[in-house]
Ligand binder design. Structure first.
Ligand SMILES: Cc1cc2nc3c(=O)[nH]c(=O)nc-3n(C[C@H](O)[C@H](O)[C@H](O)COP(=O)(O)OP(=O)(O)OC[C@H]3O[C@@H](n4cnc5c(N)ncnc54)[C@H](O)[C@@H]3O)c2cc1C
Length: 315
């Protein structure tokens, strides 16, 4: 039986939703699964971690995310617990951490996977801005995979088996790169990379204040609000809202693009959305070639109508 490791990402002490997807994938593998958490107390998370073999709790005076320390600590965990496969989320932190970890652990990394076979050490990932899907096989050494959020179905936990808790010590060595401060977004926004529904606005929003109509629709749908780069560059939206090649890669069940033309650089960030709805007043807009449903019309008329209709249906 192989040893599968799993990096559990916490955000403000809360287990990120995508961890449940990784846990479902790992539980199905039939291998021994070991979850690693950097936290002072694992008790609040144990309910979610049922059905795996071990919880490895990393302890230390300062557990704040510092990439050098996290990478060295995880490399030691991989060595000490003889982990042959190690997986994490393709999140902002995963993108920062896993390449460093691959270097420290002398492991092979396949990033941004859409499917992973943990037993066969194989993964499928998009290449050339999503034009092709490539299959990778890690032949030797430790295999690291990061998995795109929202691609793996979360399975209900059917076992009551509690994992055994083991400890690891946080590395306290030199920091070559130090995170000095983290600026949090003022509002409590839904994380776009994990959102199930996203309403996005483009240049056609015309002003920052006009994003309020997208926020109202998003509130009804419990959705996140995204933006095109043109909207961000014009100052209508903040950079953490940008979807696309130089923004976030999102993978919701429903993506509603309002006043967005459908440039390739935007499309690569949202093309794996399960359903794409486009609202655009130009019937020739390229987005209509990519959308599952298209509404030709002025977004300032359509979006409030959509909000009212969804409100009726969902109430
Ligand atoms: C290297 C590079 C990286 C890039 N990265 C990104 C990225 O990450 N994300 C990204 O989004 N872009 C990115 N871009 C920019 C990209 O090429 C496009 O310029 C951008 O996506 C266009 O944004 P838009 O669709 O909002 O604006 P536009 O292309 O101007 O489209 C606006 C659309 O709104 C429609 N419209 C106008 N008024 C209304 C109305 N009242 N109601 C309904 N529809 C209306 C118009 O018909 C039009 O289709 C990148 C470009 C480069 C070169």
């Amino acid at each position: 039986m192989a040893n599968i490791g799993l990096y559990i990402e916490l955000k403000d002490g809360v287990l990120k939703k995508s961890n449940r997807e990784l846990l479902s994938l790992a539980r199905k593998s039939g291998q021994a699964v070991h979850a690693v958490l950097f936290c002072p107390d694992v008790q609040p998370y144990l309910e979610e971690l049922k059905g795996i073999q071990t919880v490895i709790q990393v302890k230390g005076a300062d557990l704040s995310y510092q990439p050098d320390r996290y990478a060295r600590t995880l490399a030691a965990v991989i060595r000490d617990f003889k982990l042959e496969v190690f997986i994490g989320i393709f999140s902002a932190q995963g993108k920062d951490l896993f390449p460093r970890l691959a270097a420290k652990a002398k492991a092979s990394l396949v990033n941004d996977c859409l499917a992973v076979d943990l037993d066969a050490r194989k993964a499928v990932k998009p290449v050339y801005s999503g034009k092709l899907l490539a299959e990778y096989q890690v032949e030797a050494g430790t295999a690291l995979f990061t998995v795109r959020p929202n691609v793996i179905a979360v399975e209900a936990i059917t076992t009551t088996n509690a994992p055994e808790i083991k400890n690891a010590v946080m590395d306290s060595g030199e920091l070559r790169t130090k995170i000095i401060s983290v600026q949090k977004s003022a509002s409590q926004k839904i994380d776009l990379t994990e959102a199930e529904i996203i309403v996005s606005g483009g240049r056609a929003m015309k002003a920052k204040e006009n994003f309020a109509i997208l926020e109202e629709l998003a509130k009804v749908l419990n959705a996140g609000v995204g933006a095109s780069r043109a909207a961000v560059d014009a100052g209508f939206a903040t950079s953490d809202m940008q979807v696309g090649q130089t923004g976030k890669v999102v993978n919701p069940k429903l993506y509603i693009a309002c006043g967005i033309s459908g440039a390739i650089q935007h499309f690569v960030g949202m093309k794996t959305s399960k359903i794409i709805v486009a609202v655009n007043k130009d019937p020739e807009a390229p987005i209509f070639k990519k959308a599952d449903y298209g509404i030709v019309g002025d977004l300032f008329t359509i979006v409030p109508l959509l909000k009212e209709e969804f409100k009726k249906v969902l109430s």
